[in-house]
Design a binder for this molecule. Structure first.
Ligand code: G6P
Length: 615
């Protein structure tokens, strides 16, 4: 989704902005632009397409050679919401006199009314975006306030919706004004220079020291100072925090794609998710982020899990885990539905929000809704310091490291492991015998090695991908813990290869999807030897009876399914509750190889965004 980067200091700004924009590319976007200030002159360049296209056309302009000395600027990658992707609709947007430039993440909901009013007063609009209304409103407010900061504050008071913004003006060429409500903004603190970004990856090669802007705050950045206030003009005090990841983690490290790198990293990311947390001898876990809410969890009557996309699939597995071992009713909700249907949430309920980015707008809104209704809200996030993590009353980081590929892989398996840890903690509180706990701990600790074994078989999966790469439809079937894996496997395939794929509970196939099965239909069946094993064999028979082609994910030495399936992919055996951590790995690889063979842009699939910060 949209990305913001800004710089003020003594260095050449354009290269810093282009580098930052390139690091934001993974979020998904359709156009990009920059605004620089030099000799009290505003220079804006924007273009549909890749950052590299913008950079090449910028570099080709002779007059921009002089811009090498610019020491202040802002840059943006846009993911279209209002107005199609185009040069004109790309950010930055400027006022009537080309004096003020603005970049914006989020949505200005009342832009229509603002635009109509301002057009009547003589403002001339150039684009079809909601954002342009805000820059003209700032221009209008400046007529009364005189200074840019007050004008931004007055304008924001009239705006409904969400925003993370950066504003510069040729009339005040020594500052960047930033503000946020609902869209994240981070200030990078340097020596005689400061940075601004919507995502730490854009500035991490310049500084690890950051200040997180809160909702309703405005910051004024100069090269030597950072002043923060509320939108009501009250000064705020900020803490400088450290970003823990380094550059190597956000680079490909020799892999052709981030997605493959992240799939291959999973043995390590699973170890990181468990490090210091699994108390094998005691058959339980230690989760310090939940220590303050231990008794809330012990006495909770109900757990709700709210999430979107892949995180929602992890939540569904978590529901099965928690109900089975914790003996507690659990509902997993799409965050977007949860927030708008006036859900029954009571004090004493526990709501887990699962989000890799920690910034997904719908999940954040679900958190706020649940908190306002008195529930304990707990985050399961990857990005340290993200909004959901900060607004939660407690939680567990998954520690998967930066995930750059838009299609989530390593975050999913780490979410599953963290959900298993939480399940074990709650189950032990509620009477699960120590011996049972020890067994699960032992199996948890064996997962990374088992994932390594599956990854060693990647070449075999690539051969299956070659066989099926030209199919237009896929069906994924699973039962029990592996039903959500069927959903996630299908999602992976459609996200990056644009093949239509559906995930179904295997037994539901006969209530509809069975009509689709013929000898052209590949059916991926996830069938480890668990408590639904015998049942799923019958489902495979049903597919074969209609000449469907079966790719089965099975445990080692499964001669029965070997005699039925067309292709067999083996995964090591583990306890049922943990089997999704293993069965999803071949499905990630299958989707990856199919997408590569179809020539798709694996890391930045069309229309998708990594972090969805609009509703
Ligand atoms: C987007 C991404 C998905 C992700 C979902 C939820 O749609 O493309 O990969 O699963 O958002 O993101 P979150 O950061 O909240 O886990």
């Amino acid at each position: 989704m949209c990305g913001i980067v800004g710089y003020i200091g003594n260095k050449q700004t354009a290269p810093i902005l282009f580098e930052g924009l390139r690091r934001l590319e993974y979020r998904g976007y359709d156009s990009a632009g920059i605004a620089l200030l030099q000799n009290s002159r505003l220079v804006v360049r924007k273009k549909i397409g890749k950052v590299s296209q913008l950079e090449v056309s910028f570099g080709a302009e002779k007059e921009n050679i002089a811009l090498g000395t610019s020491v202040l600027g802002i840059g943006h990658t846009r993911w279209a919401t209002h107005g199609t992707p185009s040069d004109i609709n790309a950010h930055p947007h400027t006022d009537c006199n080309d004096e003020i430039a603005l970049i914006h993440n989020g949505i200005i909901e009342n832009y229509g009314a603002i635009r109509t009013k301002l057009e009547k007063e003589g403002h001339v609009f150039k684009s079809a975006t909601d954002t342009e209304a805000l820059v003209h409103l700032i221009e209008e407010m400046k007529k009364y306030s005189g200074d840019l900061e007050t004008a931004v504050r007055l304008a924001l008071r009239q705006v409904e919706g969400t925003y993370g913004i950066a504003v510069i003006s040729s009339a005040e060429p020594d500052k960047i004004i930033a503000a946020r409500k609902g869209s994240p903004l981070i200030i990078g603190v340097g020596d005689q220079e400061n940075f601004l970004a919507s995502d730490a990856s854009a500035i991490v090669d310049h500084t690890r020291k950051v200040v997180y802007l809160e909702d309703g705050e405005i910051a004024v950045l100069s090269k030597n100072s950072i002043d923060t206030k509320t939108i009501d003009n009250k000064m705020t005090t900020k803490q400088v925090e450290q970003i823990t990841f380094d550059l190597a983690q956000i680079e490909k490290g020799g892999f052709p794609h981030f997605m493959l790198k992240e799939i291959m990293e999973q043995p390590e990311t699973l170890r990181n998710a468990m490090r210091g947390r699994v108390l094998r001898e005691e058959g339980t876990v230690k989760l310090s982020g939940l220590s303050d809410v231990k008794s809330v969890l012990e006495h909770a009557q109900r757990i709700i899990i709210a999430a979107c996309g892949t995180s929602w699939h992890a939540g569904l597995v978590g529901e099965y885990m928690l109900e089975h071992y914790g003996k507690i009713p659990v509902e997993t909700e799409y965050a977007s539905e949860f927030r708008y249907r006036n859900p029954i949430v009571k004090p004493g309920d526990v709501v887990f929000l699962i989000s890799q980015s920690g910034e997904t707008a719908d999940t954040l809104a679900a958190l706020r809704e649940a908190k306002q209704k008195g529930a304990a809200v707990l985050g399961i996030c990857n990005v340290v310091g993200s909004t959901i993590a900060r607004e939660s009353q407690g939680g567990v980081y998954i520690h998967a490291g930066p995930e750059i590929g838009v299609a989530s892989t390593k975050a999913f398996t780490s979410q599953l492991v963290v959900l298993a840890l939480i399940t074990l903690m709650i189950a032990r509180q509620r009477g699960l015998p120590e011996e049972e706990g020890r067994k699960i701990c032992a199996q948890l600790l064996e997962l990374p090695g088992k994932v390594e074994t599956i990854l060693q078989g990647a070449e075999e999966i690539e051969k299956v991908a070659e066989e099926f790469k030209d199919n237009s439809n896929f069906l994924y079937l699973g039962r029990g813990y592996n039903f959500p894996v069927a959903l996630e496997g299908a999602l992976k395939l459609k996200e990056i290869s644009y093949i239509h794929a559906e995930g179904y509970p295997a037994a539901e196939m006969k209530h509809g999807p069975i009509a689709l099965i013929d000898n052209n239909m590949p059916v991926v069946v996830i069938a480890p030897r668990d408590r639904t094993y015998e049942k799923i064999i019958s489902n495979i028979e049903e597919v074969k009876a209609r000449r469907g082609r079966v790719i089965a994910i099975v445990n080692e030495r499964d001669s029965h399914i070997a005699s039925l399936a067309d292709y067999l992919i083996q995964v090591p055996k583990t306890v049922d509750v943990l089997s999704p951590v293993l069965t999803i790995i071949p499905l990630q690889l299958l989707a990856y190889y199919i997408a590569v063979k179809r020539g798709c842009n694996v890391d930045q699939p069309r229309n998708l965004a990594k972090s969805v910060t609009v509703e």
